[in-house]
Write a protein that binds this ligand. Structure first.
Ligand code: PLP
Ligand code: ZN
Length: 401
């Protein structure tokens, strides 16, 4: 296994056990907890000055802070996405700056590419010839793309509600698409998870599922590295993130903690989880002061990417929000789709339906008086708007112009 100099191994977030990444690929061998890549930060030779002269146009720009070097990476040029200045939204929110981190500009149109790049790299380093996961849609599409790139098979388990684009692209990349049978009503992510688990009991596939592989949140960590580098290591006052399984939020928080330990930043950027009211287990737990979520019995939102009723890493998500002094906010689907339309019309940025929960959540936070007029607010546009064109357009029928 080819690893970077500072990468020292995997730590279990539950029992604290330490493991060698060579034999250990997924959950904690002792307690099944989530594994987290760890570094000897004293051994990191990267500095902001070195970065300023580096021209790598992918997330492997930060390879010293990743487990695998760029030369062994399964990469399609993911990352280094723009932070788009949106003065019209700054006016609306009554803040100094609004910046949209446009993850729609990734190879398969979402930030899932960052996680799958690193997870499929790990799969190849472990000698796997097939990967598997269940997903709401976008991670499945990304997995199929990176598996194709690495010459591996991909087995992707999706719920019926996953979008046409995601289902189609899995097959176009040569992946094996399994759409979960409905148990009662349409099938949801949990049904896809059951079908995946049943298949995994029989097969020797390498999992790239959320928080089963230690490398998805690690890949998504690079979003925070890019945001902070672009802001000259001056943390923004709020980062609003459309939260499902929380992989991106946990990853960004981890990056900020590492940068603070390296001395590149002084404070952690406040992270805000934005969810749809029809599936808001994190917001509910945050408001109730709980450390873990309670599963949502019935999902009722068109925002597929965040239709995650039972997020397995809620403890880590809630801890990240609280430690960074952020928050959590839920808005209704109608408000979310209206926010996508407002952003598309006033800023030109194409936000996905799921992603617009971040914009809508920011509008709500502004209304609640959460922001100051000199604040810089970053919204994560986790995926491209045109992947969700039909859902977004349906909202036009409900408005007068
Ligand atoms: C997966 C996804 C999310 C949620 O990501 P998590 O890291 O699971 O919270 C948000 N937006 C889009 C577009 C997604 O595909
Ligand atoms: Zn453990």
């Amino acid at each position: 296994m080819r690893t970077t100099d500072a990468f020292v191994g995997l730590a279990c977030l539950d029992c604290g056990g330490k493991f060698d990444p060579e034999p250990t690929g997924h959950r904690c061998p002792d307690c099944e907890g989530i594994l987290d890549p760890r570094y000897d930060l004293d051994a990191v030779e990267l500095t902001p000055d070195v970065l300023a002269d580096r021209h790598t146009q992918s997330m492997y720009r930060y390879e010293e802070l990743l487990p695998f070097p760029s030369e062994s990476a399964v990469s399609l040029g993911e990352g280094t996405t723009p932070l788009v200045e949106c003065p019209s939204l700054a006016d609306t929110l009554g803040v100094d700056r609004v910046l949209i981190k446009d993850e729609g500009q990734n190879p398969t149109g979402t930030f899932k590419d960052r996680g799958q790049s690193l997870a499929v790299t790990a799969a190849r380093e472990h000698g796997a010839d097939a990967i598997a996961l269940n997903s709401a849609g976008n991670a499945g599409q990304a997995a199929a793309a990176y598996a194709a790139r690495a010459g591996m098979d991909a087995h992707v388990f999706l719920p019926q509600r996953a979008g046409f684009t995601q289902k189609a692209m899995v097959e176009i990349h040569g992946g094996n698409l399994h759409v979960a049978d409905p148990i009662d009503g349409d099938s949801e992510i949990g049904d896809a998870g059951d079908a995946y688990a049943e298949a995994m009991a029989e097969e020797d596939w390498y999992s790239t599922k959320t928080f089963v592989t230690p490398y998805r949140h690690e890949g998504k960590k690079t979003m925070a590295l890019e945001i902070l580098e672009e802001l000259d290591w001056e943390p923004p006052d709020a980062v609003v993130y459309p939260t499902g399984g929380g992989v991106g939020l946990v990853g960004m928080h981890k990056a900020a903690r590492e940068l603070r330990e390296l001395g590149w930043i002084d404070d952690l950027p406040p992270l805000y989880a934005a969810q749809a009211s029809g599936c808001a287990p994190i917001v509910d737990a945050f408001e109730a002061g709980r450390e873990v979520h309670e599963p949502v019995a019935e999902v009722n939102t068109v925002c597929n990417g965040i239709a995650i009723p039972d997020p397995g890493a809620s403890r880590q998500i809630l801890a990240a929000i609280r430690e960074s002094d952020g928050g959590a906010v839920a808005t209704d689907d109608g408000e979310i789709l209206e926010a996508a339309i407002e952003v598309a019309r006033t800023a030109g940025v194409e936000m996905g339906a799921t992603c617009a929960a971040a914009a809508s959540g920011a509008f709500e936070l502004a209304k609640q008086g959460e922001f100051d007029d000199d604040d810089t607010v970053v919204l994560l546009n986790t995926g491209a708007g045109n992947k969700d064109a039909a859902t977004l357009r349906s909202q036009l029928g409900d408005r007068s112009s």
